[in-house]
Structure formats: C-alpha cells, structure tokens
Design a protein around this ligand. Sequence first.
Ligand SMILES: *Cc1c(COP(=O)(O)O)cnc(C)c1O
Length: 362
Amino acid sequence: MTEPFNFSAGPAVLPKAVLAKAQAELANYQGTGMSIMEVSHRSALFQAVIDEAEASLRRLMEIPDNYHVLFLQGGASTQFSMIPMNLLEGGETVDVLDTGAWSQKAIKELDRVAKSHVVASSQSESYTTIPDIRTADWLETSAYRHITTNNTIFGTLMPEIPVHDSIPVVADMSSNILSQPYRVQDFGLIYAGAQKNIGPAGMTVVIIRDDLVGAGRPELPTMMTYRTHVDKKSMFNTPPTFAIYLSKLVFQWLEEQGGVSAIHAINQQKADLLYGYLDQSELFHATVAAPYRSLMNVCFKTNDSAIDHAFLGEAESANLHFLKGHRSVGGMRASLYNAMPIAGVERLLEVMDSFEQKQKRS
Ligand SMILES: *Cc1c(COP(=O)(O)O)cnc(C)c1O
C-alpha cells in the first residue's frame, strides 16, 4: 500500500513529527511517569506548556504586547456569539462581508444580540468569488467589521483586509491562521478553531486587542466574558490541556520550518501545483477564479457528478482520503494545510492525471 495522505478540511492532518513526539512522551511526560493529560492544569508542568504555547504563537504571528492570546473551548462557533456579546453595548450595527456559509453563521448569531449590515455578498455567484472590498457598503458608524479570511467550504481567500483607522476588523481565521503572514495590528480580534491549521479539535485561539476586552458586562455569563479569560490567562476553569499541549508542539514545529513566511512559500508552491494542473486539465477544473483562490482548500470538479464520484473512489483506493467536497458544493476539495507535505500534492496529481488519461481512452 502507498503512503496515505489526508486531505480533510477539518479536523485535519497534523505534522508527522508532532505526532511522533506526542507519542514518545504520551505516557511519561518529561520523566514524570505521567501523561501531560493526567496532570493538574495548576501544576508547574502544565503552566510551562501553556506559557510556551503562547510565547511560540506570539513569535510566529509577531503579536504585539497590547494583544491578549486566549486558548478557549467551544470552537469558532462560540465566538460567533461571544464577540458581539462582549464588543457591543446594545443598539450598534456590525458590518459583515458575506463570503459564505461561515459568514452566514456569524450573521445569525450576531443578529440575536445586535444588528448585522451586509456590506457585500458573493452569494449570487455561489460564493466562488470575494466581493470587492473597495466598493462594499462599509458604514462609518459600525461597531466593527466581521470578515472570514479563508472560506473553507467554497475554497476562497480574501486577497485584502478592509483595514480602518478606528473601526476594528474582526476576523474568523479558522482555516488559514498561520498559513500566510498577516499583520495582527490590522485586526481588533482574530479567532480560529484549532482543528484546521493548528492542532486537534477542542481548542479555540482568540487574539484580542486590550482595549476591546472591556470591563466585562454583569449580565453576561462568566464563561462568555473575555475579561474572565484575560484576567485568568485562559485558566479560569480547566482549559483543554491536551489540545494546548499538542498545539504547542505544532507551533514549535512551525518555528522549526522557518515560521509563517517560510510555510507560506511552501503553501503557495503546493497550491500552484494543483491549480496549475487544474487549469490545463481537460477533465477537471477549479471552481474558483484565480484572484480568490484559497491556498488551504482547493475546490474542483469535472462536468459530471458521476465522474466526480468515480474519481473519489479511485482516490480512496490510492490511499488519498477525504477529498469529497462539502455537501453544499459537491465535487472535490483538497485541503492543503501547513502539515500537508508537497509529496501529498504530487501524489494527488499523479492519481488525477492517470484518472484523466483513463477517461480519455474510454
Ligand atoms: C470550521 C470553521 C468554523 C467552525 O469551527 P468550529 O470550531 O467547529 O466551531 C468556523 N469558521 C470557519 C472559517 C471554519 O472553517
């Protein structure tokens, strides 16, 4: 059997070196005879883990000192609610760029506590493009601007961030955090579920500028209040200790790879290989036009869903897994997160090419 490659959109592939390290110290962490899973989150042993996770992420993203880094639970989906609950007083309007299913979910939760204003939407193009942020209807009175930098389901990437001098940009970076350099200063708040490009499911990273944390509103549940987690440095209650530990290993692995700029170059190379093939193929085509193409989630199809189906079967027997597109899009989706080696993309191209040749002969 050939080497398996995992193209899942999330939970997703992790670096092999990280899994090997976690395995080596799983039952006996640093000679203690215990797993890091088994020790108190209040212990010096775990404190060192969470401190190093934060320090490594700060180095990787060059996070300025006036931003807090939180490791929370509840997934990116909880942030859809927590952000408006904490950042708004009541009655304000929030600008949202609608780029797909995750924007829609953010809007739904936002509208429970405030009012969303969609500045532009690519819905009429089945979300295969990103609206032009220069002609979008941004309000000068909005409390913040909500964007999704990378659209996991449709395979689009925002080419630009709608930065504003005084209105904070809030970004759902779940599927492309750490895949390319971003200026943290351009954002008021960044959030990401860990299970795409960071680590295992169960942890959510929130990077929040100090002035947006606020005092905490008395009517909010303690756990839904950023102030709680900022003051207790993500340790108000038991944090997702194993997920934080594994994410720390991923951050350190990424530093060893040369950091975000270095991995971005590799990500670009992987995406170029696949889109390059798709653009010359007579059977497959990319579903997204060049300016909006995601480096993380590459969506493609043939013109026949039965052929898509046959290809997915063939890919599976070639040990290439989870290539099926999201149920709302169909076709195929190859997720090429940081941990996907170039060899995985090369193998995918071989299998696609051989399938295409076979189709031509039949
Ligand atoms: C996966 C994903 C989410 C949802 O994350 P959960 O951690 O499952 O809540 C939100 N936004 C984007 C862009 C995603 O890719």
